[in-house]
Write a protein that binds this ligand. Structure first.
Ligand code: G6P
Length: 369
C-alpha cells in the first residue's frame, strides 16, 4: 500500500531510518575527508580560530544532547579541549560562564527546537561564536548560528530519533579529529588512521544492523518487562542514557540509565528477582569493572544482558543474553554500539503493539519553551 511504499517497504519509519544509517553516515563523512585529512569548510571558523578555541559548550535537547555527551568524550580525548554539555532548557538558567575564545555548539535535528534556539540567542547575545550541527536545511537554528555543519541525513520522520543521532556523532567525531590535529594532540599518522576508520564506519554500522535476528530474540525476552535498567561507564554510560530514552519513548517501559559505578549508591535497591539489567561495555579498560557490576546485580536476582564487542571475553554463564557489536577503534565504538540498542527499542515496541512512529504525547520537534 501507499503507506508502506513511503516507508521504502518497511513497516515503520523508525525501522527504515535505522536501515538508512550506513548511507546517511557515508553522505555525512566522506565529502569531509580528503587525502587522510578532515576538511570542514566552516567559513567563520578557519583553522586559526579553531586552534585557539579554549573551551566548547555543547547545548541541545533529547537525543541531540546525548550525541553531545559522546562528542565530549571524543573532543576531550582527541583534542584535550575541555567540553561542557548542557540541556538547552537548563543552559540559560545557570548563567553560564562563557569566555571570548569559547565556542558554543548547538545540535538539533530539526533546527527548530525552541530551547536550543533560545540558548543560541543567549550565546550570540554574549558575543560568543556559535556553530550549529543541524539536519534540516534552512531551519531557524541553521540560519541564526554564525556557522553550520549540516548532517545531510535526509528527512527523519519517526518521532524517536535514530539516524540523526548517528550523523550527529559523525560530525562530532570529524570536529574532534580536526581539533585534535589543530591543537597538536594528533600526529599526522593518527589523524590518517582515524580518517580511514571513519570512512569504514558505514560498513561497520551495516554489520551491526545485520545482527538484527539476535536483537529480535532479546526483544522477545524483554517485551513483558515493567522496568529496564541500563548500566555502563564512561562513554558507555552516555549510550545507556540514549538507549534508555529510546526504549521508554517507544515502548512505554520504565527505563533508567545509571553510571555502573553509581549503582551501589542508588539503583541497586530496585533490583529484584527477574529485573532486567542491560550492561553496555565496549571500552576494554572499563570492561572488567562493568562486568563486576553486572555480577553484583545478578547475585540479587537480575536478568542480565550484555552489549560488548566481538573480541571481549565473556564467561559462558555470565549473561542470559549477549549482543556483540563489530570491532572498531575504542573511541568510535558508540557508532556501532547504539545500533542494536535502537533496534531493541524498536522491536520491543512492535511486540507490545505500540504506535512506534508516533509515541503518545511526544512531538518530533518541540517549538515551545
Ligand atoms: C524532541 C524529539 C526528540 C529530539 C528532541 C530534540 O523531543 O522527540 O527525538 O531528540 O526533540 O530535537 P532536535 O530537532 O532539536 O534535535
Amino acid at each position: 500500500d501507499a503507506g508502506t511504499a513511503e516507508k521504502g517497504g518497511y513497516p515503520h519509519f523508525m525501522l527504515k531510518e535505522i536501515h538508512e544509517e550506513p548511507d546517511a553516515v557515508r553522505r555525512c563523512i566522506s565529502p569531509r575527508i580528503r587525502d587522510g585529512k578532515i576538511e570542514l569548510n566552516i567559513p567563520g571558523l578557519p583553522n586559526e580560530t579553531l586552534a585557539k578555541t579554549e573551551r566548547i559548550h555543547i547545548v541541545a535537547c533529547g537525543t541531540a544532547m546525548h550525541a553531545g555527551l559522546v562528542g565530549r568524550y571524543a573532543i576531550e580525548a582527541l583534542a584535550r579541549v575541555p567540553v561542557e554539555v548542557d540541556i538547552a532548557s537548563e543552559f540559560r538558567y545557570r548563567n553560564p560562564v562563557l569566555g571570548k575564545n569559547d565556542l558554543v555548539v548547538l545540535i538539533s535535528q530539526s533546527g527548530e527546537t525552541a530551547d536550543t534556539l533560545a540558548a543560541l540567542r543567549l550565546a550570540k547575545g554574549r558575543g560568543i561564536r556559535t556553530l550549529a550541527i543541524v539536519n534540516v536545511p534552512g531551519s531557524s537554528i541553521a540560519r541564526e548560528a554564525d556557522d553550520v555543519l549540516y548532517t545531510w541525513a535526509g528527512p527523519e520522520i519517526a518521532v524517536a530519533s535514530t539516524k540523526a543521532y548517528l550523523v550527529q556523532l559523525s560530525v562530532l567525531y570529524l570536529l574532534a579529529v580536526k581539533l585534535g590535529s589543530l591543537h597538536g594532540e594528533l600526529s599526522t599518522e593518527k589523524e590518517q588512521q582515524l580518517c580511514s576508520d571513519l570512512l569504514e564506519m558505514p560498513a561497520k554500522i551495516q554489520e551491526a544492523i545485520d545482527g538484527e535476528p539476535d536483537v529480535l530474540a532479546c526483544a522477545e525476552e524483554l517485551k513483558n518487562a515493567q522496568h529496564v535498567f541500563f548500566i555502563g561507564r564512561g562513554v558507555d554510560y552516555t549510550l545507556c542514557m540514549e538507549s534508555s530514552l529510546k526504549l521508554k519513548e517507544v515502548s512505554y517501559i520504565h527505563c533508567e540509565a545509571y553510571a555502573a559505578g553509581e549503582l551501589k549508591h542508588g539503583t541497586i535497591s530496585l533490583i529484584e528477582n527477574g529485573t532486567p539489567v542491560i550492561a553496555v561495555a565496549t571500552q576494554p579498560s572499563l570492561y572488567p569493572k562493568t562486568v563486576s557490576n553486572l555480577e553484583e546485580v545478578k547475585a540479587r536476582g537480575a536478568d542480565v544482558m550484555l552489549v560488548c564487542d566481538k573480541d571481549a571475553k565473556v564467561e559462558p554463564d555470565l549473561t542470559k543474553n549477549l549482543l556483540r557489536v563489530p570491532n572498531v577503534d575504542n573511541i568510535l565504538a558508540p557508532m556501532v554500539t547504539i545500533v542494536p540498542l535502537q533496534l531493541l527499542a524498536y522491536h520491543i515496541a512492535v511486540l507490545r503493539g505500540c504506535d512506534v512512529d508516533k509515541p503518545r504525547n511526544l512531538a518530533k520537534s518541540v517549538t515551545v519553551e
